[in-house]
Ligand binder design. Structure first.
Ligand code: ARG
Ligand code: ZN
Length: 882
């Protein structure tokens, strides 16, 4: 494929509004078997103050212009230049509004990039964020150009009985030749990235919702034929999301219909198009036989996330793509809060923080580092990252901590009131909290511009004679590859002083200390705080609930952590005390293993884990989190440099086995007691019990050394959670066993026709921690069910191997790197976005030992020299090498 060289860097400082203002968009999209004809009529006007001679420059991407008319008259070819990449029109009216009618012809069936208009399993659908609309028509394809849209869709009625676009249905009817049409009207001005169109033969799950002001909204979820019943849980999650946004944020839905369409070929998770969300079917379709508890939680979160975008993203959108976190970070924060309210707040927080440290920390600490609000980019698709989404959400959470819950709500109310209908910036957002609460967020704003994870160092000293605890808090931000500055930031540090019986002492900070209630406001590079009037030395519970996105370093002794793991009234910190203990033990174990020494584990740490497992006062889901040890990738990140993944694997396995042996006699009855009575239910409590049973099973398997219990569970499970957990343990612990081979084959033949389950089957084999996984993965690329062009399948096999198989991908001989590079190149021909995403698996390459480092560098360097590479992949590869 030949690609134009688009190597320009886009900079935030270059932002300026368009010379032309757009008021309305009127489209007619005619869908045919081999092509689609698109007629777009734009009503435009030169902006007051814009140069009278400025040309109108419209974006395009692989477009073919069929015709162009100005106020109904064909435009003379001398007056415009049309290329696949853009349309420039000269001599447009100096003042007054005019219309431009643009006709383009597309070939959706050949669109493998899955951006713009494409076909997935026969269904026509669109993906326009960030810059896909320019693949449908020439346009001012940027988020600060808002217009109302009226869209007429025409297609063969038998092939596409369902015709959808944004907004409310206006008209529909029959046409000659077995064709029909539908017209949709969206009264809310929106940017082009929120445009959507869907046409096909789909099933529909219908329901409705009555909003807080009593308006009736039709809710429709469209699925492939015969699968509407698999959308019941998604529908339930949608209705709960609608209630929650009314109660928590006072936000009501605004159209007469809200539709969701499940699509099998989709680059991302889902898309919040106005009134017509388009979803990867992975986040819509499920039932207990085919989906795990994790899948249920994922559906709930993504349904909520996209729905919440209606206010944070759609009613208020972003001025430019540098402000992406304005909608994404805020909406992730909102979906996290929703899940916390619907499920368990502590468990949700632990899961979010584990996700942040596993995905965002390595990004922030490696070559792909960028600020939450970047100041430049080459390819915006590469900025839908953990930093924008998850660290972006942490910044919103920090604002809530700084201004308090009531202040946060007041600031949000002001934001909605003031910016409804706007394309806003981070400055606009922050100003609302400043005005609503009087807080000073000047220093806090550095969090948006400075990349990297600050290290928060905490030292404590207790003076028993005076009854004083002295805390020294220091922050340090290293200059990283993004080069964005290292000034001290405003870090809200939630804390508690825990007494000997686990009760929280009331802290009495010495006058003038930057402490408000249970929050220390660290603003300087270093601050010393003295707490007075303490009769005994308290246990310091610091950074409760992970109140800031920092890497915490404490001088806390093992004894204190063991006590906090038992006593801390803050469940999150109780979890972290254990997790830190285990993390350190795993690092020490890795050093043992690397030196060829036997791996040791302090029995007191194992005992703390066992005690937590048995603690009936803790909800099972929390106990399951406490018992899920840091992953091999987590250990690699903790070690930081010169990492040998083989040693990590040996060490982690030995530690699991040691805990299993020490706990076996107590784990076995606990495991047996968790067996379910009655019918399966996906609710959070039941899922928590299954999660606890599952970690216990893994310890029991490690201790016994035989697969029997897993084989038994695999055979008798009546739900995917338990069945897949058993299969995973078989594959990971007993990869060579006949029982494992039989189970994998049985699983495949049972679920052959369900693509989402077969994705799991591919992923599982790709993540078997063994150097021989590479041969398996290579062989699976030739499996009849493997299709590189399907993003879910490509991610399930190649993505899972690269990002989820530490020892397979990082093989010492470099064969893992070479294979993934080869697959990236092949995938880049079809779908640059997904190829670029998989390429980010290389981001931690500098952390490994020198042998691996050289092999990884060579693979990246070779990739970067490939001819015809997309901007997407080139950008990731070149930044990874910097
Ligand atoms: N806005 C979508 C979401 O919430 C993601 C769309 C990303 N699209 C893309 N082409 N990168 O989560
Ligand atoms: Zn989003």
């Amino acid at each position: 494929m030949l690609r134009p060289d688009q190597d320009q860097v886009i900079r935030l400082t270059d932002y300026r509004p368009t010379d032309f203002q757009l008021a309305t968009v009127d489209m007619r999209v005619q869908l045919f078997a081999e092509h689609a004809d698109v007629l777009t009529v734009l009503q435009l006007e030169r902006r007051a103050g814009a140069p009278a001679t400025a040309d109108l420059v419209l974006d395009g991407d692989e477009l073919a212009l069929v015709s162009l008319a100005l106020d109904g008259t064909p435009v003379d070819p001398s007056q415009y230049d049309a290329t696949p990449q853009g349309l420039t029109i000269r001599g447009l009216p100096e003042s007054g509004s005019f219309t431009l009618a643009i006709e383009t012809r597309l070939q959706p069936q050949l669109n493998t990039q899955l951006m713009g208009l494409y076909r997935s399993g026969g269904v026509w659908c669109t993906q326009c964020e960030a810059e896909g609309f320019r693949r449908i028509t020439y346009f001012l394809d940027r988020p600060d150009v808002l217009a109302t849209y009226r869209v007429r869709v025409e297609a063969d009625k038998a092939e596409a009985p369902v015709l959808l676009s944004n907004g409310n249905p206006a008209e529909h009817g029959l046409l000659d030749g077995g064709r029909h049409f539908a017209v949709w009207d969206d009264p809310f001005p929106k940017p082009s990235y929120l445009f959507a169109l869907v046409a096909g033969d789909l099933d529909r799950l219908g329901d409705h919702f009555t909003t807080m002001s009593g308006r009736r909204v039709a809710l429709d979820i469209y699925t492939e034929k015969g699968r509407a019943h698999e959308a019941l849980y998604a529908m339930d999650a949608l209705k709960r999301s609608m209630v929650w946004d009314e109660q928590r944020f006072g936000r009501e839905y605004d159209l007469d219909v809200f539709s969701i369409v499940a699509i099998s070929d989709f680059n991302m998770g889902a898309m919040e198009n106005k009134g017509l969300n388009v979803f990867n079917h992975k986040y819509v379709l499920l039932d207990s036989e085919t989906a795990t508890d994790g899948d249920y939680a994922g559906v709930e979160t993504v349904i909520a996330h996209e729905y919440f975008h209606n206010w944070t993203g759609n009613r208020i959108t972003c001025r430019d793509w540098f402000q992406l976190c304005l909608k994404e970070g805020l909406t992730v924060y909102r979906d996290q809060e929703f899940s916390a309210d619907e499920r368990s707040a502590a468990v949700k927080r632990i899961a979010s923080v584990r996700g942040l440290t596993a995905h965002q920390f390595p990004e922030d600490q490696g070559p792909l580092q960028h600020p939450v609000r970047p100041s430049e980019y080459r390819e915006i698709s590469n900025f839908y990252t953990a930093t924008i989404y998850d660290k972006g959400a942490e910044l919103v959470r920090m604002i809530a901590t700084i201004v308090g819950q009531a202040g946060f709500r007041a600031g949000m109310d002001l934001y909605f009131a003031r910016h409804d209908g706007d394309a806003a910036t981070i400055e606009d957002f922050l100003a609302c909290f400043v005005e609503a609460t009087g807080a000073d967020l000047t220093q806090f704003a550095l969090w948006y511009s400075q990349a990297g994870t600050p290290v928060l160092k905490v030292e404590e000293r207790f003076d028993a004679d005076r009854g004083e605890l002295t805390l020294t808090l220091g922050q340090h931000l290293a200059q990283g590859p993004a080069g964005t500055g290292t000034l001290p930031m405003h870090i809200p540090v939630r804390f508690g002083l825990v007494g000997a019986n686990g009760q929280d002492l009331v802290p009495a900070p010495r006058d003038g200390a930057p402490v408000e209630g249970d929050v220390i406001h660290l603003r300087d590079a270093e601050t010393t705080i003295v707490f007075e009037g303490l009769g005994e030395r308290p246990y310091l519970s610091i950074l409760r609930d992970f109140s800031a996105a920092v890497a915490l370093r404490t001088s806390q002794r093992e004894r204190d952590r063991l006590a906090l793991a038992r006593l801390d009234g803050n469940p999150f910190n109780r979890w972290r005390a254990l997790s830190d203990l285990v993390g350190e033990a795993l690092q020490a174990a890795t050093i043992d293993a690397r030196g060829g020494n036997p791996v040791r584990l302090n029995p007191a740490i194992a005992e703390a884990l066992i005690a937590t497992a048995l603690d009936e006062t803790l909800e099972p889901a929390l106990r399951a989190q406490a018992l899920s040890l840091p992953s091999e990738a987590d250990i690699a990140r903790l070690l930081g440099e010169n990492v040998d993944p083989d040693a990590i694997h040996i060490a982690r396995d030995a530690v699991v086995t040691a805990i299993g042996r020490q706990g076996e006699k107590r784990f076995a009855p606990l495991f047996a007691g968790l067996a379910r009575q009655g019918a399966f239910s996906p609710d959070a409590d039941s899922a928590g019990r299954r999660a606890l049973a599952s970690v216990l099973l893994d310890f029991l398997l490690a201790a016994s050394g035989t697969p029997d219990r897993a084989v038994q569970q695999f055979r008798t499970a009546d739900n995917m959670t338990e069945q897949f957990a058993a299969l995973t343990m078989l594959c990971h612990r007993f990869p060579e066993d006949d029982a494992t081979r039989d189970a994998l084959a049985a699983f495949y033949s049972r679920f052959e026709t369900n693509a989402l389950v077969i994705d799991k089957w591919f992923s599982l084999q790709a993540t078997v921690p063994s150097p021989s996984a590479l041969a398996t993965v290579r062989a699976l690329t030739a499996h009849p069910a493997f299709r590189l062009a399907n993003p879910n399948r490509a991610r399930a096999l190649i993505g899972a191997f690269a990002a989820g198989n530490q020892i397979g991908f990082n093989r010492a001989d470099g064969a893992g790197y070479a294979f993934v590079a080869e697959m990236i190149q092949a995938l880049d021909e079809l779908n640059p976005q997904v190829a670029a995403r998989i390429a980010t698996a290389f981001r931690s390459w500098r952390c490994f030992d020198s042998g691996r480092r050289e092999k990884a560098r060579a693979a990246l360097a070779q990739l970067s020299e490939m001819k015809g590479l997309s901007t997407d992949v080139k950008d990731i590869v070149e930044r990874s090498l910097r």
